[in-house]
Design a binder for this molecule. Sequence first.
Ligand SMILES: Nc1nc2c(ncn2[C@@H]2O[C@H](COP(=O)(O)OP(=O)(O)OP(=O)(O)O)[C@@H](O)[C@H]2O)c(=O)[nH]1
Ligand SMILES: [Mg+2]
Length: 300
Amino acid sequence: MFAKSIREGLERTRNQVFGQIMTFLGQNDLTEASFDDLEAMLIQADLGAALADDLTATLERKAEAEGFVRALELRKALKQELRRRLGEAHPLDLRARPTVILLVGVNGSGKTTTAAKLARHLLDQRLSVMLAAGDTFRAAAVEQLQIWGERLQVPVIAGQPNADPGAVAHDAVTAARTRDSQVLIVDTAGRLQTKFNLMEELKKVRAVIAKAEPGAPHETLLVLDATTGQNALSQAQAFKDAVTLTGVVLTKLDGSSKGGMAFAIQQALGVPLRYIGTGERVQDFAAFDPDRFLDGLLDD
Ligand SMILES: Nc1nc2c(ncn2[C@@H]2O[C@H](COP(=O)(O)OP(=O)(O)OP(=O)(O)O)[C@@H](O)[C@H]2O)c(=O)[nH]1
Ligand SMILES: [Mg+2]
């Protein structure tokens, strides 16, 4: 089965708020109120108050300097400004062998599914991949990853039920080195960023990996549900403080997300968006491409 295009995957998200913004900036003339309304809509689109304010102020200055009279002129400037703020694509650096990728995030954000999707994405690039079942809390979590491993024909390193996740991560790094795997993807248990002990445990997993393989984890990706809204920022900050994130995977962009999180997260954390998830199937996944993303989010 073919993967959906990014634009297809983002259809529902596009129809939430960004579609309304595009309609709003249609064939009419600009008024003073247009900017306030735009700012309110950008906040609704999950850009966050600070970014919405900054973006609107930038557009107001531009409109004044260039003498915009039509909403369509503002629409074009908005698109340019959104594109500028998305930054450039930041592909993962996969040169280290093994490259260890640690996936972290709150419960249900899509970590295990992302581990499988990422594995497949890397297999498609002809890289050898291994998975580590670092979520040892629930037997079902290990099974979920093992099922993916079988489907993708990728080895899965797992421990006994309730094993120490650090020990599993350690074994997995050793196995990846022994079998000369190019990439090891470590799934972890979901945890609320406010639970001190669980965040400490995550730090420990990271430390064990760092000790087992110099330079690892090479990537620590926060898997973030795009429908979370502004709470996502405090989640992201807490994970960043605990384990030094190198990127974000934004999942469930096919659902009722507003899409603005893609802008807010990069602005607030200075951490690049690496991949997007647009469905439950393993192929509903893509490296983040700012042009295609924006094209999927905005109507022409
Ligand atoms: N629609 C949609 N669903 C997704 C996406 N990614 C994951 N899911 C679904 O979200 C649910 C949770 O996904 P998991 O991968 O199990 O999430 P997790 O972060 O591993 O969850 P825990 O291990 O419980 O913390 C599953 O039903 C997935 O199919 C996505 O991009 N789009
Ligand atoms: Mg999981």
